[in-house]
Design a protein around this ligand. Sequence first.
Ligand code: CMC
Length: 379
Amino acid sequence: MTTVCEYKPGLEGIPVAQSSISYVDGQKGILEYRGIRIEELAAKSTFLETAYLLIWGNLPTKEELDNFENEIRYHRRIKYRIRDMMKCFPETGHPMDALQASAAALGLFYSKRALDNPDYIREAVVRLLAKIPTMVAAFKLMRKGNDPVQPNDDLDYAANFLYMLNERKPDPLAAKVLDICLTLHAEHTMNASTFSAMVTASTLTDPYAVVASAVGTLAGPLHGGANEEVIDMLEEIGSIENVRSYIDDCLKYKKKIMGFGHRVYKVKDPRATILQDLAEQMFEKFGHDKYYDIALELERVVEEKLGHRGIYANVDFYSGLVYRKLEIPTDLFTPIFAIARVAGWLAHWKEQLAENRIFRPTQIYTGFHDEPYIEITER
Ligand code: CMC
């Protein structure tokens, strides 16, 4: 029997999986990972503990967490062949493209594909979580002709990433703030990059290909790439006085205002609220950023004009302002999103493998039938 389904562009509202990893209530502005509110995890957990929770489904004991952190610490280094490959990437290339290529290259070096072996699964999880930040930081330095900084085993996950990136030990508040940012971005139910990871996973390919395909999907401006565009937009607006006319022009010419709107949230994204608070903590310690004043006015006017349509600030609106204070270049904002989201992608990869069926949707054909072939001389 054939069931005729309604075609929904963008699969809006169509469930593509059953999942117990995370939950969003877009009307109430609630996000939970494995049932725990994001506010609680941001306040009490760490990124690696949260990654463990997402991937294995429960909070680790102290011993489990210590082992997980130590394994990741041990695997942070990347092979010199991967570094040499990255050295050949053009310095003008986008770091997301560099990351996608490098993530895929990991599959060349760790090619065993034992998807029914829990040790292989754990090893792949550890390697990806450990090496992706090292690759992002390495490309940042190598594109300027500098040698990458080796990971520092005395530093925890976020602090080590900032150390490799900025070539000095970070301030503890900066490291803590980045760790919370990673927790906030670690997972977000069914979205474009996670779906892409799951489709790739469903073919039973290796996890490096799964992550590489998700990185490619995250790169687009309607998904992870929006955080970079928010900063470009704030710079273009330039002053509080220009905010209203900028928004009026966007509405007149049907141009999206970056960092606003969400397929699921119809209120302010709870992650935007936490990120705004983190931005304020950073400004208090490291100095104000005039673009924050522009952002506040922008949020106020967008709410006034578009709030009734459920368009509010999303996760990307304040993250860029935090990253600027962490001295992170704008084109690394999306790779940092990827570093965090690797946890969510791997959780979905593991869940997909547990009950795998290859994705093979259908289509509604709108083309011709029985057309004649016209000889090239007669076209
Ligand atoms: N600025 C102005 N109008 C907007 C915006 C916005 N940011 N977002 C949605 N709208 C309008 C849109 O023009 C459309 O109006 P109309 O019905 O008159 O044509 C209506 O709202 C529905 O928009 P849509 O694009 O069909 O909604 P969607 O659910 O498919 O899109 C979205 C969600 C995130 C792609 C969209 O809101 C958007 O493009 N926002 C800007 C980019 C952005 O901030 N992306 C980050 C998303 S959150 C993190 C992530 O997913 O990675």
